[in-house]
Design a protein around this ligand. Sequence first.
Ligand SMILES: O=C(COP(=O)(O)O)[C@@H](O)CO
Length: 261
Amino acid sequence: MDQKSVWIGTSWKMNKGPAEAIAAARALESFQPPKGIRSFVIPPFTSLRDVCSVLEDSALLVGAQNMHWEDSGAWTGEVSAPMIAECGASIVEIGHSERRQHFGETDWTVNLKVRAALRHGLRSLICIGDTAEEFEFGVSQETLARQVKIALHGVSRKDLGQVMIAYEPVWAIGSAGRPAEASFVSGIHTKLRAVVRELAGDTGVRIPLLYGGSVSQANIRDYVALPDVDGVFVGRAAWEPADFMTLVESVSGVVSRKIAA
Ligand SMILES: O=C(COP(=O)(O)O)[C@@H](O)CO
């Protein structure tokens, strides 16, 4: 049951061409995350098929960083859900703030993509986040609830079991970001839990809620220990395979206490 799992994943963003990605995947191939932890890596498209094939029999899941909502057609430069599934990936990241900010993604396109991903059996990792301005004006919660509700509009309760949400404050991401205080994340996730619980109704589905944004060796345990945080989505601190494995192993104690609770 997902509520007994903690998710730890990384997106390599626009890093690692095929040679470097294959080498990284080989370094991760025999990694066995501690009990209760599910791990994933999200390479760039040019390495997706290779990374999927190296990690095919491993304990790690592989995802794509984006997708188009149509299955095929005149959409130059885009990649569809069937193409991602054919590569062997099982997860697709949708709505990262870098895509919303630089590539015009909206809540509406996120919704189209989520529904298309689910139609093709891909687990959707939906990224949501408040900007620095929204945080300053005290409307983070409203922004996040809107993003979640629109992203999941029209998604059947059954399909909610194939959804994950990553709360990633825009002000926390990247080298200019500052990690969110664990107490702030706790409050946000508790309210997000109420939003997704209402959407799931009486299905018993618990949508995993991950935190992302400047997660590091110094703070990962603080986030993972929070009751409504079901994992973390890591960038820079996990790009090196050795660092990724160290991060995952470093939360084994926290995770086993959490699972036993
Ligand atoms: O963007 C993310 C976090 O990046 P950091 O480098 O950890 O701030 C998240 O989506 C993982 O890629």
